[in-house]
Design a protein around this ligand. Sequence first.
Ligand SMILES: Nc1ncnc2c1ncn2[C@@H]1O[C@H](COP(=O)(O)OP(=O)(O)OP(=O)(O)O)[C@@H](O)[C@H]1O
Length: 595
Amino acid sequence: MTTLLRAIRQLLRLAVRCDARRLTRAVALLAVGYLSTPLIAVCLKSLTTAALARSAATGTWLALTTALLLVLELMMTHFAHLSYFELGELEELALQNEVISLAHGTTGLEQLDRPGFADTLALVREELPRTRAALEAVLQLGGMALQLTVTTVLLGLLNPWLLLLILAALVPVAAGNRAQLLIDRAKETAAPRIRLGRHLLELATAEASAKEVRLSGAEAVLTERQRRDWRSVTATLWRAQASAALLRAVGQLVFAAAYGGAIVLVVRQALSGGSGLGDVILVITLAAQVSFQVSTTLGLLTILQGAGRTLERLHSLRVAHRPDTAASTGTSGVPSALTVGIRLEEVSFSYPGSDRKILDRVTLDIPAGTALALVGENGAGKSTLVKLLCGLYRPTGGRILVDGVDLAEGGPEEWQRRTATLFQDFARLELRLRDNVGIGDLDLLDDDAALRQSIDAADAGPIPDQVPGGLDGLLGHSYGDGAELSGGQWQKLGLARALLRRRPLLVALDEPASALDATAEHALFERFADLATEARTDTGAVTLLVSHRFSTVRMADLIVVLEQGRISELGTHAQLAAAGGLYAELYDLQARVYT
Ligand SMILES: Nc1ncnc2c1ncn2[C@@H]1O[C@H](COP(=O)(O)OP(=O)(O)OP(=O)(O)O)[C@@H](O)[C@H]1O
């Protein structure tokens, strides 16, 4: 019940914030519409009495009044709908905006990696459209409460025993409440399996995986797994639905018995001369209305309970959301140009929810202007180190200093604005081509010349000519009929995005050539050398390259070999080749394979 009340309060507050005038208009119109219903019963009673008394004039007026009330009952709710349906959409939009800011409200990615936070975020994202109908439900519930109050007073005045009818109406409401709880619990229990079922469906049909699924003939395996999964989900949900249906039926039966009792009571009262035929008509009409009011209330409560749970989840995200104090102070320790460089001091790191050390007491000095290459086997921690250097995660031990200032305290947001990055799992933004590149430096989003310059620099010059609409052409098929690009072309756009950033202090390219052909790869590494020189002379920036291709890292000023989260070798190509360690071994191996 507290979930429900909290949801009602929250939805009304939000509606006031979104558009108080529209809300007031909707409430006024609904009040008139909903009040008309019990007044119709009163008119029918008077009409019966007037008919029995053969009073034609009074009867005519009452008939007209009844007709007017019927029109008001029907029309006002329609007009009110015009006011509140848009409010519901505004509320959904406001909540969507809040979800986006909760997901991105911290400088780092830690909270998105926390399993509880990520799961709740996914549920809220999925369920948010429910809240659109929730305001309508709150307003209608208010209308129902008004109707029930008037009905209660009318019944109480006629015979206090009739008030038991209202009490009896609470039984199906409580039973419905309980039934919904059972269903919600079952859904929660089944949620991981429901998600698995959807994931399996996506695996079998999504463009990215469909090819391999087809070639391996795995459809049958996926279908069987999905069938098994849904069978167990359906069994759980069916049990809950059956118990819920039973509970609801018992509740409705109690009310039906009370309804019959009320009619018997008032008929006996009429037969004994205690009341007139008009009163019998009034009770029959009001009791029928109570029945409708109760079943409608049940439906509205079900909608509100669903929305209430979503809002509760959203609240838990708000509570779990931990804004960075350093980011909010607005103090920036980020220099306009690097003079000393970046120092990693005993840096250790474990991902949220895990004790496994991905980086283990890494200490490294990267002087300003250095072109650094990071190599190591799969899973050694290279991409993790890049993410830490970009300020997307904070070290769980040790610290990262930028020109002597701790990154965690010196304005991590400002630092992120000064990093140009191409991640290994770069984003394929299925938006306009302009957005794909422009997001690298939002101030340049509408600067065609700057966008084209970075596209050319990334060796992606022909792409705008291939995409219908050029820079304003849509990419991908997610929501529109956009142009599809090859893997390498997407990667080149990712690089163009990184190159757009002005005056970066850190340029980090993580496996930037993984999808490129040999010519493009060669061009990229030549470009990398130029980039390192430009960045060095411009802002003293550090340029970082992660690559498994040893021939391309040899020109770096400093090469770091990571092994299981620790630095095992460090030096120039010549030094490492002479040292005869892992680097020399892998370099020789690749040289032999490629020659
Ligand atoms: N978001 C994450 N949550 C939990 N563990 C993660 C996450 N990202 C990476 N890891 C783990 O951290 C370890 C290091 O991953 P990382 O991506 O840094 O390796 P890498 O050296 O870049 O490997 P590769 O050469 O394959 O790209 C891996 O064992 C991986 O399972």
